[in-house]
Write a protein that binds this ligand. Structure first.
Ligand SMILES: *Cc1c(COP(=O)(O)O)cnc(C)c1O
Length: 373
């Protein structure tokens, strides 16, 4: 269905930047370097700087960022990796593909991992915690880091949705051993195809990732590890460098439009996103919660307002989970399941107008005025 307030806006992003893209593409086509090269190096330097870490290693996708980091860390196959069930499947898929046993724990009201549930789920087999910063709101990463340090567990951050997000004034990505970002077209910093990056302060890990992403080649003819091909295309890096010039401004705009939604939805029977004052939310998604999610969603669609649900089916309820490889914590995932039935993502994008935000918010208001009272 076509919506006059669409949910996704990749087309607007590219239209806004096409005049800046073209000279970059022309130069690269003339230069003939399509894999790696100066644009990739520059992108890595800029992302490391933005996230206040020493190293960034660009790879082919956010999924590869996670997978290759788990492998580079040498976490033994068969050990347990703890994460959450309300995430994109890649968080859990990366653990499975590296031979770890995922254990999923419940979340709190902020939709991020519940630190008490996490602590309770840890066993001697637990070697890794993957903290997801869902929708661009940092998890309680200071407390998670303290817990992981105390228990001798490696902490990895899934920052796929959280570029530029901060906790206690510190950018995400540097709290644990590494932070993994997706630069997929739909993410806040998106390429025109697949892309991802790992940030870390650990020089050895960065070096290992550089080997793994390029067949373990130390030089042209010497293979020192069994690696694979997960290099970033120079063309994508060139486009990402153009987009990166806008990222701070576009992130501010996301935050302003989210604040507008907060105001417009105040007083309605929906839960708006949490706004903890020690964390900067970058609103990859603006998700509200209501018991009448499906009816509200149909109402908005009839009014021409596109919405989406992230994620309607938690990982442990997916058909693939019937094989039993993904375990859940003993206390259960009651909060996760309740939120999955109630969450609704409203359209939010830096290139939306305030009028569009008002139209979407008016749609929510009219649902509760006419349908539900
Ligand atoms: C998008 C995403 C990924 C995977 O990134 P890709 O670039 O699509 O491979 C991993 N984790 C989360 C939380 C994501 O949102």
């Amino acid at each position: 269905m076509s919506h006059h307030v669409p949910f996704a806006h990749v087309d607007r992003e590219n239209a806004a930047l096409v005049d800046e893209f073209l000279p970059v593409l022309k130069e690269q086509l003339a230069g003939g370097v399509f894999v790696g090269g100066e644009e990739v190096d520059r992108l890595e330097r800029r992302i490391a700087h933005l996230h206040q870490v020493e190293h960034a290693v660009a790879v082919n996708s956010g999924t590869d960022a996670l997978r290759l980091t788990v492998r580079a860390l040498g976490i033994p196959r068969g050990s347990t990796g703890v994460t959450v069930a309300n995430t994109f499947v890649a968080t859990v898929g990366a653990l499975l593909s590296e031979g770890l046993d995922p254990l999923l724990v419940d979340v709190g009201d902020d939709e991020n991992v519940d630190v008490a549930a996490l602590e309770e789920a840890i066993t001697p087999d637990t070697r890794l915690v993957v903290a997801v910063h869902l929708r661009g709101l940092p998890a309680e990463i200071g407390a998670i880091r303290e817990l992981c340090e105390r228990r001798g567990i490696v902490l990895l951050e899934d920052c796929a949705q959280a570029v530029l997000a901060t906790a206690g004034g510190v950018p995400v990505g540097g709290f644990g051993i590494a932070g993994c970002f997706s630069l997929h077209p739909l993410k806040n910093l998106g390429a025109c195809g697949d892309a991802g990056v790992v940030v870390t302060n650990d020089a050895e890990l960065a070096g290992e990732l550089r080997l793994l992403r390029n067949h373990g080649l130390r030089d042209r003819d010497t293979v020192v590890r069994w690696g694979e091909n997960s290099r970033l295309d120079a063309l994508q890096a060139g486009l990402l460098n153009v987009k990166l010039d806008r990222l701070a401004e576009w992130t501010e705009r996301r935050r302003d439009l989210a604040a507008l939604y907060d105001d417009l939805l105040a007083g309605l029977p929906v839960v708006t996103p949490p706004r903890p004052d020690d964390r900067v939310h970058v609103y990859h998604r603006y998700a509200i919660m209501t018991d009448q999610r499906d009816a509200l969603r149909s109402h908005l669609s009839r009014l021409g307002v596109g919405t989406a649900v992230h994620y309607p089916v938690p990982i442990h309820r997916q058909p693939a989970a019937a094989d039993g490889r993904v375990r859940t914590a003993a206390r259960g995932l009651a909060v996760t399941e309740r939120q999955a039935a109630r969450t609704l993502s409203l359209p939010l994008h830096p290139l939306m107008s305030e009028r569009e935000i008002r139209a979407a918010a008016d749609g929510v208001r009219s649902f509760f005025d006419h349908h539900a009272r």
